[in-house]
Ligand binder design. Structure first.
Ligand code: SAM
Length: 280
């Protein structure tokens, strides 16, 4: 196994800085630097890009991103115990790593980033989906990032790339596929992590389209889809009752039968419905 940089192996880093994994922070670390470099390569060509990394932990993926040529990495980490290990990486890559300690849900990273920007992260599930939805639903498009390369539980990754009619098709599929090309690029067994989680994981790569596939207001689309899939077995005329007083007319105007269920409706149909709701 070849080392990707002159820094100590990650097991040693973890022992030196006493970084025992904390469940409350969703800490399942990647310690194989060949694997973290491989994940970094899935983000695309990093040369000339700033990379926003959320949750660097002891810095395995951070080291991959830097060794793969990122111009600059901005890493946001909640756990202050990780800062000394990350500072060592900063020393090995002078002026190419900035670390901010704090909660990624609270911090606006834009002041510290210069376009073009890619995002890469191996995050706990709940924070990951919340951030993904925020990154996919800004009022204006294209967004601040060109691509997102994110590790999720495999089941969540499958929800992002799901197609209509499948059990996993829902809000994440619609929001992701509306404005990006989304693909699963890597699947990883639990043993790839220390400690191993209960389930497999997968890396999803989403590249931003220059314009959404169909026109719609992001806040209205998000609201319609959330309501539709909140009660996914119900007919849309019932699950969307709270969205508009004349929802049956809106559904028909969008070319959707009021008796259809959310899981049968393709992206184009939801966008047409969001436009009709905006009109009412
Ligand atoms: N990237 C590292 C790796 O691949 O080994 C660590 C991955 S671990 C699954 C998730 C990391 O996210 C942990 O370091 C954890 O402390 C951090 N984290 C958890 N919640 C966070 C939040 N709200 N904001 C920023 N970092 C967070």
């Amino acid at each position: 196994m070849s080392a990707i940089d002159s820094l100590p192996p990650l097991r040693e880093v973890i022992a030196t800085h006493e970084l025992s994994a904390r469940k409350s922070l969703g800490q399942n670390f990647l310690l194989d630097l060949n694997l973290t470099a491989k994940i970094a390569r899935q983000a695309g060509d990093l040369t000339g890009f700033d990379v926003l990394e959320i949750g660097p932990g002891p810095g395995g993926l951070t080291r991959g991103l830097l060794s793969e040529g990122a111009r600059h990495v901005l890493a946001i980490e909640k756990d202050p115990r990780c800062l000394p290990a990350l500072a060592e990486i900063g020393k090995a890559y002078p002026d190419r790593l900035t670390v901010i300690q704090g909660d990624a849900l609270e911090i606006d990273p834009l002041a510290h980033l210069t376009a073009p920007i890619r995002v890469a992260a191996n995050l706990p599930y709940n924070v990951g989906t919340e951030l993904l939805v925020r990154w996919l639903t800004p009022p204006l498009w294209p967004p601040f990032w060109q691509s997102l390369t994110l590790m999720f539980q495999r089941e969540v990754a499958e929800r992002i790339v799901a197609t209509p009619g499948s059990k996993t098709y829902g809000r994440l599929a619609i929001l992701a596929q509306w404005r990006t090309d989304a693909r699963i690029v890597l699947t990883l067994p639990p043993e790839a992590f220390t400690p191993p989680p209960k389930v497999s994981s997968a890396v999803v790569h989403l590249s931003a389209l220059s314009a959404p596939r169909f026109p719609a207001d992001p806040a209205i689309l998000n609201r319609v889809v959330a309501a539709g899939f909140n009660q996914r077995r119900k007919m849309l005329r019932a699950s969307l009752k709270g969205i508009a007083p004349d929802i049956e007319d809106r559904l028909r105007a969008a070319g959707i039968k009021p008796t259809d269920r959310a899981e049968q409706i393709p992206l184009e149909g939801f966008c047409a419905l969001a436009r009709e709701v905006a009109r009412s």
